[in-house]
Design a protein around this ligand. Structure first.
Ligand code: GAL
Length: 880
């Protein structure tokens, strides 16, 4: 009977298959066939974001010549995301790789490394000291093989079985039981391979995945490996399709919200199926659990689906008095879930949950961004996907910590630069109430690095973009689709604009409820390119690049009907706790040999006044936004430091642009943003530190970041004067303070009333190590983490602000040290190391609880001549 599945198991199972994989680097010596996806061109640098005379020459044709690799077997994996049926790929005969030893069923992989996913094969290092720093100096490129035994019960015979990969870096090829089943080249895509034709129920099935990460393929650290979660999905042959639901809320009022739901049902059987599709809608609590009775129902609809075909059920429901989704602190991220049931007579064939939120979005050219009718300035940051010392390997807690720190700063928006994020980032954003600019690509046809995504763009842009939008379109956090970042097509005349239109059209076909944009750093208002976009996202041009006038007015005038915002701003640079003298005045200066750089140590001054040549200080960007109130807000480059792109010192391993360093320690800039983005939160922050034995009697400027508007500074109790912020001033500065050791104190005011205070004390010699876990209770699930800050302190507890002691760590109890870091972009100590130097007084240890073992972990830190530090962390067994 069509659609029937064994009654003993749940109609749909989604099983994590992260554990117990075997892994090895490199192809086997006996591999005589080429497993290359496609012919790989000789690296040749050209194009990129720079203008070229032949810039109009952009083509987007699928490769006409016969492919030189196994891509003809891989391409059909994306067929569901190709709209024009005549362009779908037909799988050729043959079984590439079938003869390679690693692919063979029964291959003895016992000598391979045993690992659990998510896995980043490169993060352990060692760092590569030669060559450029762009990709993070870690061994991410090359081939990697993964093998896993899947036991598929005989009762699964007749079911559809899929492998869902949230992300694998990159050029994945999948074999099951020796047969090539599919794959996907783009390392940031989430994708599915239908294993059904190759599965052997009742037997051990052997899953083999080969990845091939090209060198010179990225402008930042991509990571390497199956770095996101992996699932086995089992359904009846008739089931809700991959990302097969689409919820929209076309009418929202305080009294009621209309819920429009489309459900795509696939019939993978060889007989037609008549099914009924019905949906109930429930509230979700903060943990994502359903509660209460159904808030709405969508009436059942009947579908008659021919064999091997797909049909769409469309229904409408009404939620009375909807609890809206919106960003805190002004609004709350309330969520609902649509629970869809596909049934045939009395038999439930599938159940499918679609979490969503009810909210209205308005992108107004003059008023800016409104959510649920209320104006909100986008106080956003751009972030890459890596998790610092944990690399690209997804970890929920590490991601959550990144977002928690950003929220504490007043950040309300994230740009997933420059690629689709892990699904968990959107899950957290939905739960916490972040707004997301969900970006697809860093390059299209025109390359930025020799072996980057441009090689696969012609074949894959449609599948990648449709897959991204289909995966993410039910997330209330996503407010904008970005089809690209600073693509070389910006200035390619009508060809580039036509390509932008093609991509925008794809987005609109998949989701018409949010605008499509592209982050532009070159396009001028008179170019055809910006006209092809729904809203105008300007990178750096808003505040003005290299002294050029800011471009907000010119774009606003040319496109009076388009919302405009800073899709990438600032690129301010600094190293936490490193201060360089003299100090720039005004809005600061581009970084350079005599401008903020410590050329000896390869650090950049944390006075937070220096920026990349094309960028601007945070202060200057704030002013440009305030002077143009129609601008919807900004996405700062970057929230967190990231691996790779270590401008201005290419010899380093990681960036200087983060507001938060790679270890997760706040730079002074954090407080500059907090002061501006959380004006109602009383805070004051003094910089620099006040331990300068070599500067006695020298001018040592003192700056204060405060959400107040006025402040009085005292050195050892003596007033150094009261200062007030002028128009477009975002810091209080006492630039002629003569250094004497002791205590600096600032008392700030807001509208004349006392507001907040801060004290900075001269530290004595390092005397003890102070350990502070961010959480002293974690789950014993082998995933949860405690981030332990290690402070080198003097005997009274003040941080020794330039301490660089080498600290040794040991651990007892049911936990392990996963990584250590200190936020120093020049540090080449491998991340897994249990010893590490402090950087400007701080160090970080990341501790993980062992799976299934509750108890107390004891972490000890030791360094010569200083009292040891200890931290205790309890691990707790929980049911979920
Ligand atoms: C921007 C670019 C980012 C990053 C940044 C460096 O132009 O979009 O990806 O490269 O510059 O500061």
């Amino acid at each position: 009977m069509p659609g029937s599945s064994p009654a003993q198991s749940a109609p749909r199972e989604r099983i994590s298959i992260n554990d117990n994989w075997r892994f090895t680097k490199g192809d086997p010596l006996d591999c005589t066939v080429s497993l290359l996806y496609d012919a790989r061109p000789q690296p040749e640098r050209r194009g990129g974001a720079e203008k070229e005379p032949d810039a109009n020459a952009v083509t987007n044709d699928r490769t006409a010549s016969p492919p030189a690799g196994i891509k003809r077997w891989i391409l059909p994996t994306g067929n569901d995301f190709i709209k024009d049926a005549s362009r779908k790929f037909v799988r050729p005969e043959g079984n590439p790789g079938g003869g390679v030893s690693y692919v063979q069923p029964g291959f003895d992989d016992s000598s391979w490394q045993q690992i659990n996913l998510p896995h980043d094969w490169a993060i352990g290092g060692p760092f590569i000291i030669t060559g450029g720093g762009g990709m993070g100096r870690l061994p991410s490129s090359g081939v990697g093989w993964y093998r896993k035994r899947l036991s598929i019960p005989s009762l699964d015979a007749g079911r559809s079985i899929f492998l869902d990969i949230d992300g694998a870096m990159s050029y994945a090829t999948v074999w099951l039981n020796g047969r090539l089943a599919g794959g996907w080249p783009y390392g940031y895509a989430s994708w599915r391979v239908d294993l059904t034709p190759y599965v052997k129920p009742g037997e051990d099935n052997e899953l083999v995945i080969r990845l091939d990460n090209p060198p010179d393929s990225s402008r930042w650290y991509p990571g390497g490996g199956i770095y996101r979660n992996v699932w086995l999905v089992k359904t009846a042959p008739v089931h809700v399709g991959h990302w097969g639901t689409y919820v929209t809320t076309p009418a929202v009022s305080p009294a009621a919200a209309t819920i429009d739901l489309k459900v795509t049902v696939d019939n993978n059987s060889h007989q037609s199926a008549k099914v009924s599709v019905s949906t109930q809608i429930f509230r979700l609590d903060a943990n994502g659990r359903r509660f209460g009775t159904a808030a709405a129902r969508i009436a059942p609809s009947t579908l008659l689906i021919p064999p091997d075909a797909t049909a769409v059920a469309e229904g409408v429901g009404t939620v009375a008095k909807p609890e809206l989704w919106g960003p805190p602190p002004q609004q709350r991220p309330n969520r609902y879930v649509a629970l869809t049931t596909v049934s045939q007579g009395d038999q439930v064939l599938d159940t499918y949950e679609t979490p969503f939120g009810i909210r209205t979005l308005k992108f107004d050219p003059n008023e800016g961004f409104l959510i649920n009718g209320r104006h909100i300035l986008l106080n956003g940051v751009c972030d890459h996907h890596d998790l610092g010392p944990l690399g690209a390997a997804l970890n929920y807690r590490a991601l959550q910590r990144q977002l928690e720190l950003l929220m504490d700063m007043g950040c309300n928006a994230i740009r997933t630069s420059h690629n689709p994020p892990a699904p968990e980032l959107l899950e957290l954003a939905d739960k916490m109430g972040f707004l997301v600019m969900d970006e697809a690509f860093d390059v299209w046809v025109r390359q930025k690095t020799p072996l980057d995504f441009h090689l696969i763009f012609p074949d894959w842009h449609e599948q990648d973009l449709r897959a991204q939008v289909r995966r993410d379109r039910n997330c209330p956090s996503v407010i904008l689709w970005s089809i690209g970042n600073e693509v070389g097509e910006q200035y390619t005349g009508t060809n580039g604009a036509a390509l932008a239109k093609t991509l925008s059209d794809i987005v609109h076909e998949e989701d018409a409820t949010r605008p499509a944009t592209c982050a532009m750093n070159w396009a001028q208002p008179t170019n055809p390119f910006p006209a092809a976009l729904d809203v105008t996202g300007l990178n750096y041009q808003g505040a003005g690049i290299r002294g050029a006038p800011g471009q907000y007015p010119a774009f606003h005038e040319k496109f009076p009907d388009k919302f405009i915002f800073g899709s990438e701003t600032a690129s301010a640079l600094s190293s936490r706790g490193a201060y360089v003298f003299p100090v720039a005045g005004g809005f600061g200066a581009a970084v350079g040999p005599n401008s903020g750089e410590d050329r000896l140590r390869h650090q950049v001054s944390a006075y937070e006044l220096y920026y990349a040549a094309f960028g601007a200080s945070a202060d200057k960007v704030f002013a440009s936004q305030e002077q143009h109130p129609y601008v919807g807000g900004e996405f700062v480059w970057t929230g967190w430091d990231y691996l790779g792109e270590p401008t201005p010192f290419d010899s380093s391993r990681s960036s200087y642009s983060g507001i938060i360093d790679l270890a997760g320690f706040k730079k002074d800039r954090f407080y500059l943003y907090q002061a501006h983005w959380r004006p109602d939160f009383p805070m004051a922050h003094i910089l620099p530190h006040w331990t300068w034995p070599e500067r006695i009697g020298q001018i040592t400027p003192v700056h204060v970041f405060t959400s107040g508007d006025e402040g009085e500074l005292f050195l050892n109790g003596k007033s150094l004067g009261r200062k007030k912020k002028g128009p477009c001033e975002y810091r209080l500065r006492w630039d002629d303070v003569v250094y004497q050791p002791g205590a600096l104190k600032v008392v700030t005011y807001k509208q004349g009333k006392p507001w907040a205070a801060d004290v900075m004390q001269t530290a004595g010699a390092a005397a003890r190590l102070v350990l502070q876990p961010d959480r002293n209770r974690i789950r014993a699930d082998g995933k949860d983490l405690s981030f332990v800050t290690v402070r080198v302190a003097d005997k009274s507890g003040s941080t020794a602000p330039r301490a660089d002691n080498r600290i040794f760590y040991s651990i007892e109890g049911p936990g392990e040290i996963v990584a250590t870091d200190n936020g120093d972009p020049t540090s080449f100590e491998p991340f897994p190391s249990h010893e590490r130097k402090a950087f400007n007084g701080l160090c970080l240890v990341i501790v993980r609880g062992k799976s299934g073992q509750s108890g107390t972990i004891r972490l000890t830190a030791k360094t010569d001549g200083v009292e040891n530090g200890v931290a205790s962390i309890r691990t707790i067994l929980t049911r979920d």
